[in-house]
Every structure is written in C-alpha cells, then in structure tokens.
Design a protein around this ligand. Structure first.
Ligand SMILES: NC(=O)c1ccc[n+]([C@@H]2O[C@H](COP(=O)([O-])OP(=O)(O)OC[C@H]3O[C@@H](n4cnc5c(N)ncnc54)[C@H](OP(=O)(O)O)[C@@H]3O)[C@@H](O)[C@H]2O)c1
Length: 415
C-alpha cells in the first residue's frame, strides 16, 4: 500500500524557512519526509543554478574577454530578479539581477555561476552591490579561475556576514566557460579543432572537393559556433581550394562574425579571396619574413592585420601566444589537415569537434583531418578524454579533449 501523500507545499515551505535543523525535523517528522524534503531542496537549488547557467549562455560571443555569467535572486522559492552579463563593458550579471529585484533583494539568496568579482574593472565590484542590497546568501558554482582574484570575492562577502556556498553544478559551470578557464591558466587561447569528415576519414575528395561533407544541421551549428569563438583560423590551402568567407551566417539569428585568421607563410592569398571582402570583422594574416613585402603592403592597405614571424613556416605556438596577448581567448580552427597536424604535434589543441558523415569518399590521396607524418605505433596516439556524441542527422558530432603524452609533443615551430 502506498503512503498517503504529504499535503502540498508543507515540506518545502517549512524546510525552506530553515527554522529547524535536519536532526530536529527528523525527530519531529521521522526520517522519510525529511530526506524527501532534503532532496527536493537540492533539486530546487540545482534548478536555480541551472537557470543562472541558461541566462549566462545568452552572452555567448559578446562577453569576451570576460566570462559568461548569469544570476538569479530567490525569495521563498520564487525568482524575484535575474540577469546576465550581456557584453564586455556592460553591467555584470549580479548587478542586472539586483536591479531587476529592486528593493526586494534584501534577505534573499543569489545563485550565480561564477564567484562575484571584488575588484574595479570597467564596472564597480559586484561584492559591494551584493552587500549593499542586503542579500543574505550567495550560492556560486565555481571560484573565479583567475589566480590573481580567485577566492577574494567569496572572502569579502563572508567578511561582511553574507553566507557563501561554493560548488553547485560546478562541472557544468566550468564547461560553459571552458575557454575562459583555460585562457586564465595558460598563455594561449583555447584552441578547438573542428572538422567534417566522411565515415572513411576524409575531409575532401582526391580532387580537393569538400562541399558538402556534412549536412545542413551540422553546418548550421558551425555557424553558431563561429558567433561564439573570438576567432576562426584556417591554413592557406583551405583558402585557395575552398575560398571560404569564415563568417557566421545564421539568417535573422546572426549575431557577430569572429576575427578571421589565415596562416600563410609566403602571402599566397589572392587579393580577390572572399575572406578579404566578406566581413567588417578583422582579418589577420599570419605570415613570415619570406613573404613578398609589396604584397604585404597591399594587404595592409586593404585593412588586413599582417603579423610577420621568422620563417620558413608560421610558428603556431608563437602566433597563439601573441593572439592571447591581444585578448583573443578562443579560436575555432577549421583546417585543413596540415594546420591541424601542426597544432596537434605541438600539443596546442584543447578540444576536438569532429563531425562524422555517413558517406564513403575513398581514395588514398584524399586528405584526412590530421595530415603530417603521423605516428608509428597506435600506443603513441593522442587520446581524447570526456568524449561525448551528439546527433546532427544524418551526421554525428564527436567531441572530446586531447590528452597529450608529454614526450609526444614538439614545439610548434618544429612542427
Ligand atoms: N572537411 C573539412 O572540415 C575541411 C576543413 C578545412 C579544409 N578542408 C579541406 O582541406 C584541404 C586543405 O588542407 P591542407 O592540409 O592542404 O591545407 P591547410 O591546412 O588549409 O593549409 C596548409 C598550409 O598552411 C601553411 N602553413 C603555414 N604555417 C604552417 C604551419 N606551421 N603548419 C602547417 N601549415 C602551415 C602552409 O602553406 P605555406 O607554407 O605556403 O604557408 C601549408 O601548406 C582542402 O581540400 C579543403 O577543402 C576540409
């Protein structure tokens, strides 16, 4: 026989008021309803943090070099204020949520996916606003990954008597801001290699034709990705063979184009290439001292940002370090195989997004996503971790994070 149902609202309301400790309630009501209430409470907290993460995601593509942050303010189980960081230079999520809640913010709980800042940047510290608003409790998913400020926001709030809980849905929060987290702890942008290949591992036919290997859903998703990454990078052969625009074309949903980067040691890029005239977004040509100076001057005059490195090939690790200094925190690399090989060989790839199409192209000379000389033994392979699969019918997206064996990586200038 099933137990009679608890009157609706009884447990959560009393539990939320936190007038009794779990032990006290267990004595009064018996353990079962108390555990049930406890799990309901945890579920509710996760839902609020989930909402904060959803809000944060709306900043995709606009917050860089800042992270994506969302916040909700809760009173008695109801959202009374919410907001997200819309763009770098604009108010932080916490301020948006406090403004939304108005005077009701006093005595509430705030859920925010990143530790509130405690320093002056383009905007005042969020910790001051939280304290002034009289918020009692801040639940944050993770500490700020910036080693210079990490933990200080939490400390400031606690010193002012605000209760702080850290770590709710931390894994999801880290994934949302994976580029920012990585950028804060390395001196290079977060590098994602995206490729579309046939089931037999080819990114083009033996004649170099690659349009289209993947279907419309996968290609649309790539346009969405381009709106979110700071830059898109290709090797010069891809420009010569495919003449891509490297813009984000999402129709009415189009948000922004990324900076385009072409790696081209001798400035072979044609002056009529689409990438030169398809967008207002910056175009960076990474080249070497071997390039023709007059051609470089022509390119500069047409608005291209030319970066010259010692040759014979563009040293990708140096290029990435320079881009990081310019606050480019994430790069989507769209091939081809030669650029990808150099990046993998240098241990410079942070994430892989491979679309696998149910097509067979065949051909010994047809290119694959990672070119170069390759390895001799399977045991030497770079393995992916945290692998997931997502369907983009008729294709499949495989996502993962390379784990490099130290001895297998060379510096990129050697690659
Ligand atoms: N299906 C897909 O997802 C996809 C995506 C992209 C491309 N593709 C296909 O891939 C093919 C092109 O690929 P690819 O491998 O020939 O060329 P690529 O990777 O596009 O470009 C390679 C070129 O970049 C230049 N480069 C400069 N510095 C480099 C460095 N450190 N490491 C590597 N390359 C450097 C080199 O030319 P210089 O020495 O002259 O500078 C090199 O030949 C095309 O057929 C295209 O259609 C397919």
């Amino acid at each position: 026989m099933g137990r009679a149902r608890e009157p609706k609202g009884r447990i959560p309301v009393r539990f939320r008021s936190r007038q009794y400790s779990l032990e006290e309630r267990s004595e009064i009501e018996g353990p079962e309803p108390v555990f049930r209430a406890f799990f309901m409470e945890v579920e509710m907290q996760e839902q609020f943090m989930h909402r904060a993460l959803q809000l944060a995601r709306q900043g995709w593509g606009f917050t860089n070099p800042n992270p994506m942050v969302g916040a909700v303010i809760i009173r008695e189980g109801a959202v009374i204020g919410q907001g997200y960081h819309r763009a770098a230079g604009q108010p932080h999520a916490e301020i948006e949520a406090i403004t939304d809640a108005g005077r009701n913010a006093r005595g509430t709980t705030m859920y925010v996916n990143l530790e509130p800042c405690t320093h002056w940047g383009k905007t005042p510290p969020c910790t001051d606003a939280i304290i002034d608003a009289g918020i009692d409790h801040v639940v944050t998913a993770m500490e700020d990954p910036n080693p210079q400020v990490s933990g200080r926001g939490i400390e400031t709030l606690r010193r002012a008597g605000v209760k702080v809980t850290v770590g709710l849905l931390e894994e999801r929060a880290r994934k949302l801001n994976e580029a920012f987290v990585s950028y804060m702890t390395q001196d290079q942008p977060f590098v994602v290699v995206k490729s579309a290949m046939s089931l037999d591992g080819k990114i083009a036919t033996r004649t170099g034709d690659s349009r289209w290997i993947s279907g419309l859903p996968a290609r649309t998703y790539v346009h969405y990705l381009r709106t979110g990454y700071d830059a898109v990078m290709v090797g010069i052969n891809t420009v010569l063979k495919d003449d891509p625009r490297l813009t984000s074309r999402l129709g009415p949903f189009r948000k922004r184009d990324p900076t385009r980067i072409v790696v081209d040691s001798t400035a072979r890029i044609p002056l009529e290439a689409k990438v030169l005239r398809s967008s207002e977004a910056p175009l960076i040509l990474a080249t070497t001292t071997q390039a023709n100076q007059e051609k470089l001057e022509l390119l500069r005059n047409s608005g291209v940002q030319v970066r010259v490195f010692p040759g014979p090939r563009v040293p990708l690790a140096d290029l990435l370090r320079d881009l990081a200094k310019e606050k480019i925190i994430s790069i989507l690399v769209e091939g081809g195989g030669a650029i990808n090989a150099s990046l993998f060989m240098g241990g410079l790839v942070n994430k892989v997004l491979f679309f696998i199409a149910p097509k067979i192209l065949g051909g010994r000379s047809a290119p694959s996503p990672v070119d170069g000389t390759g390895i001799a033994q399977v045991a030497e392979a770079t393995e992916l971790r945290n692998v997931t699969f997502k369907p983009f019918p008729p294709d499949m997206l495989m996502e993962g994070y390379p784990h490099y064996r130290k001895e297998a990586t060379k510096t990129c200038s050697q690659a």
